[in-house]
Design a protein around this ligand. Structure first.
Ligand SMILES: [Zn+2]
Length: 308
């Protein structure tokens, strides 16, 4: 994992305000500096506050690296977010301040270019700005009592997302939509089958509904949830039926009870071994594979496992 080639400057100060990431990069968090700081001024300021940032952008649009992208920077007052987010501090315009904390067009455009570059290099297919922390473009004030990124830059997030996605449209088209589920004849037509909507079969507490109608269960099935039949078989979204082998490339890969990082860690793989996957499922843009052993699910994203 490398840094963006758009960066033309690198901080040379010392810091221990960073960690090894425990999650692949799948989010971006944009901050403002609350001042028109230079690149070194920004790094020194966040360092003195006990924090750090992956990137900083000055008001002329110059991009600097403080903490290598492959590390988690301490930027957003939220460990879980920063473990998976690349963080960016953007300078405010000369003379800008309360209440709007404007940034320059040069800085904004550099930020858009940098975001697109981060997405491309980390396999983020598009920015999904949801207006809350569930999306992949997040802001500091959702995690902490701060005004960051300020009213002006905060109001630009939908625009930033749209511009980044335009830049990403040269990427390959997304996979075709999931085929409609075929009705199982043995359970159709008014049998006593109950379909349960949970994050994983083992996690009964995550259940958000139980339905006689599979169609209704599917309608209730949100992202990261699965519809299970009475026996605990996942019936929706459809998982691939084919079996294949992967080589684990991560040093300490979590095994989770279900597909997706919201599921409980139930073990780990440290042997860089070859494992058989019997089903896979895409959650939040990442493919997860079900281990043949029944131990659970592992993330198959780049940096974790490689298809053989
Ligand atoms: Zn901030």
């Amino acid at each position: 994992m490398s840094n963006s080639s758009l960066a033309t400057w690198r901080w040379n100060g010392n810091t221990d305000h960073y960690n090894t990431r425990d999650h692949v990069i799948d989010k971006i968090t944009i901050h403002h500096m609350a001042g028109n700081l230079s690149l070194s001024g920004c790094c020194n300021a966040v360092q003195s506050r006990g924090g750090s940032t992956n990137y900083c952008i000055d008001s002329n649009g110059n991009i600097g690296v403080m903490i290598d992208e492959r590390y988690r920077a301490w930027t957003s007052s939220n460990r879980e977010n920063d473990m998976r987010a690349v963080t960016i501090e953007v300078a405010n315009a000369p003379g800008a301040g309360e209440p709007n904390w404007v940034v320059t067009d040069k800085a904004l455009n550099a930020c858009i270019q940098l975001c697109a570059d981060i997405c491309r290099r980390n396999g983020i297919k598009r920015i999904n700005y949801t207006g809350n922390a569930s999306g992949n473009l997040t802001m500091h004030r959702w995690f902490f009592a701060t005004g960051c990124p300020g009213p002006y830059l905060g109001s630009k997030f939908p625009y930033i997302a749209a511009e980044v996605n335009k830049l990403l449209t040269t990427a390959p088209a997304p996979a075709p939509a999931v085929k409609p589920m075929a009705v199982n004849p043995s359970t159709g037509g008014g049998s006593a089958q109950i379909y349960r909507v949970r994050k994983s079969w083992a996690d009964a507490k995550s259940q958000i509904g139980a339905y006689k109608s599979l169609d209704n269960a599917k309608k209730a099935c949100k992202s990261e949830y699965t519809v299970f039949d009475e026996k605990g078989n996942a019936v929706y979204p459809e998982t691939a039926a084919k079996t294949y082998k992967v080589k684990v490339v991560h040093d300490d890969l979590n095994i989770r009870a279900g597909a997706g990082v919201s599921n409980k860690v139930v073990g780990s793989i440290k042997d860089h071994g070859v494992y058989t996957i019997v089903a896979d499922k895409v959650v939040d843009g990442q493919t997860w594979g079900k281990l043949k052993s029944g131990a659970g699910w592992i993330c198959l994203a780049a940096g974790f496992a490689k298809k053989m």
